[in-house]
Write a protein that binds this ligand. Structure first.
Ligand code: NAD
Length: 258
């Protein structure tokens, strides 16, 4: 099991989970494509990986924009020669009760999570099918398996992503492509740090109570770490067998069990 010289395109890798995965992949010898909406974050992450002796190339893209994705994936594949692994990870969060969501917010959430996963999958499959080898990892969530208040579009999108993952696993199997999903519990990334005060305000409780609610159903009251998610992504990316495809792996300190 090795990632040596594999080309891995990771969306949302300018921050949080995507960045931790990119660093871990680069340490394991992968050539990583940093794809993010923020050009500053792209530059910073590429420089960080190169400074550590890794190979990285940056593309700025909005994963929900068809032209951005087609152009960015082609640019990355031209640079490194192909795409072996896609980690569809870019995501956002908006918290409100269902009745307070605007249609624009709902559509934006579904566009980033679902259109983004579809567009990057389609663009990368072209290279994977041509070489009859590839791996796609979707960043799901425990919210692909359960629900929480205030997160209607997020929970809807993460459940939907599981459907896409399973279809890609079925269609890709005989063409050398496998697809799996990681379902993290709460990880203290900028996405969650921003959400804690917003949720506290929406529910009229303290930030401490929000954190307590987030962790109350875990087996040990602990947040999941970026490092744990990066290691699971390493395992899924390097295990080249159809024995493990179409699966969704909960990494949530036992918050959700199945
Ligand atoms: P984060 O906010 O730290 O990072 C998200 C990154 O995605 C940012 O760099 C942002 O610029 C980028 N991004 C946002 N919209 C984009 C777009 N349209 N196109 C391209 N890039 C875009 O968040 P994170 O916590 O690292 O989240 C990463 C993924 O993990 C998300 O899909 C999220 O739903 C999922 N997730 C996170 C947690 C958690 O607790 N942090 C738990 C479960 C799942």
């Amino acid at each position: 099991m090795s990632l040596k010289n594999k080309v891995a395109l990771i969306t949302g890798s300018g921050s949080g989970l995507g960045k931790s995965i990119a660093l871990q992949y680069a340490r394991q010898g992968a050539r990583v494509v940093i794809a993010d909406l923020s050009s500053e974050a792209v530059t910073h992450t590429v420089e960080e990986i190169r400074a550590l002796g890794g190979e990285a190339f940056g593309v700025t893209m909005d994963v929900s924009n068809e032209t951005d994705v087609e152009t960015g994936v082609k640019c990355a594949a031209d640079y490194f020669g192909t795409i072996d692994i896609l980690i569809s990870n870019a995501g956002i969060q908006i918290v409100r009760p269902v009745e307070a969501f605007t249609l624009a917010e709902w559509k934006k959430m579904l566009a980033v999570h679902l259109d983004g996963a579809f567009l990057t999958t389609r663009a990368c499959l072209k290279y994977m099918y041509a070489q009859k080898r590839g791996c796609i990892i979707y960043m799901g969530s425990a919210h692909a398996k359960t629900a929480s208040k205030l997160k209607a579009p997020y929970v809807t999108a993460k459940h939907g992503l599981l459907g896409l993952c399973r279809v890609v696993a079925k269609e890709g199997a005989l063409r050398g492509v496998r697809a799996n999903m990681i379902c993290p519990g709460y990880v203290r990334t900028p996405l969650v740090d921003k959400q804690i005060p917003q949720q506290a305000a929406a529910l009229g409780v303290s930030e401490g109570e929000v954190i307590h609610m987030m962790l109350s159903e875990t087996v040990d009251g602990e947040f999941t770490s970026e490092n744990d998610i990066a290691n699971v992504a390493l395992f899924l990316g390097s295990l080249e067998t159809n024995a493990l495809t179409g699966q969704s792996l909960l990494v949530s300190h036992g918050w959700v069990m199945e």
